[in-house]
Design a protein around this ligand. Structure first.
Ligand SMILES: NC(=O)c1ccc[n+]([C@@H]2O[C@H](COP(=O)([O-])OP(=O)(O)OC[C@H]3O[C@@H](n4cnc5c(N)ncnc54)[C@H](O)[C@@H]3O)[C@@H](O)[C@H]2O)c1
Length: 300
């Protein structure tokens, strides 16, 4: 046991599996008292169960840590409120919120997106994050202390077949940046992860050794540091993290070049000037160049 999070109270949403589970166990091992929230649903959001959260609580307690289970869905206002309330009722405060709960529902083509899937993705990732953060920041302001971590993805940079997932994951970045700005004066930071770790929903197409080497615990180590007091100067940053690798994004990307003239451009002038000066050398570039090599290899 370490003491990086001694005396702190943490809520981790979706902590029954994968990354959230590793965070919960890692935070507890550093002295945090943890609310292990998990709806106990499938990787694509079907069904619910108490088992996942209960199992994580049990492992934490077995190691001498302090944890309680919460089974609410972050996707409902009442559910999210109950998660934060449980931290305050059981432990008297909330210092750390990890917005981690997530599901994936893919589509074949953009023109076959199913509205119900889109709704559940937005409800889980975006509403869930907003509901939990809204409830938690009310306490963090009063305490003048807080640490919030939001879980984005490289897929947010654009990925065929995952329009809803890209949308919500970039929405998370925008939201978290604003939280970082607003909450800085209340001793609270908000940072963002684009992780890569073995995932229970991964299909056979992507299952290979290169992905399996990336374990949730690799990501949890960075999460633990970022939610600790020592990470106080780090706010509004976006990290990528996988086994043995931690990177930081330059975001928003700086403007590369501009075109300026006195007055308004005409479409005809832009037809000449844009390809000649702004986009010279580019041809239908849509693949995100910032995807890490691991992803590149795994997704070929
Ligand atoms: N694994 C990766 O490589 C990876 C990469 C990028 C982003 N992410 C993101 O990290 C987060 C965790 O992913 P994971 O790989 O651990 O997935 P996972 O499926 O193993 O775990 C997600 C957990 O969230 C829970 N959950 C789902 N909907 C919920 C809801 N409405 N309320 C409460 N709990 C809910 C599930 O029951 C599950 O236990 C997700 O937001 C995911 O999008 C993962």
């Amino acid at each position: 046991m370490g003491d990086m999070l001694k005396g702190r109270v943490a809520v981790i949403t979706g902590a029954g599996n994968g990354l959230g589970r590793a965070d919960a166990i890692g935070f507890a091992a550093q002295g945090a008292r943890v609310v292990v929230n998990d709806l106990g649903t499938s990787y694509d959001g079907y069904g619910s169960s108490h088992n996942d959260a209960d199992r994580v609580v049990e492992s934490i307690r077995k190691e001498g840590g302090v944890a309680v289970a919460n089974y609410a869905s972050v996707a409902t206002e009442e559910g999210a409120r109950s998660i934060i309330q449980q931290a305050v009722d059981e432990f008297g405060r909330i210092d750390i919120l990890v917005n981690n709960a997530g599901i994936i529902r893919d589509h074949r083509d953009i023109d076959s997106i199913i509205t119900e899937d889109w709704d559940l993705m937005v409800k889980t990732h975006l509403y869930g994050m907003m509901y939990c953060t809204r409830a938690a920041t009310a306490y963090m302001k009063k305490q003048n202390y807080g640490r919030i971590l939001c879980t984005s993805s490289h897929i947010g940079l654009g990925f065929a077949g995952q329009a809803a997932y890209s949308t919500v994951k970039e929405g998370i970045v925008g939201f978290a940046r604003t939280v970082a700005r607003e909450m800085a004066k209340f001793g609270t930071t908000c940072n963002i992860l684009r992780p890569l770790a073995a995932w229970r929903g991964i299909g056979p197409k992507f299952k290979n050794q290169k992905l399996e080497v990336n374990q949730p615990e690799d990501v949890a180590a960075l999460a633990t540091y970022l939610v600790s007091e020592s990470a106080d100067p780090i706010n509004g940053c976006i990290f990528e993290v996988f086994h043995g690798h931690v990177g930081i994004f330059v975001e928003p990307a700086p403007l590369e070049q501009t075109l300026t003239k006195e007055g308004r451009w005409t479409p005809e002038e832009l037809m000449e000037a844009v390809p000649a000066k702004l986009t010279a050398g580019r041809s239908r570039e849509v693949f995100p160049e910032t995807l890490p090599d691991m992803y590149r290899m795994a997704l070929k």
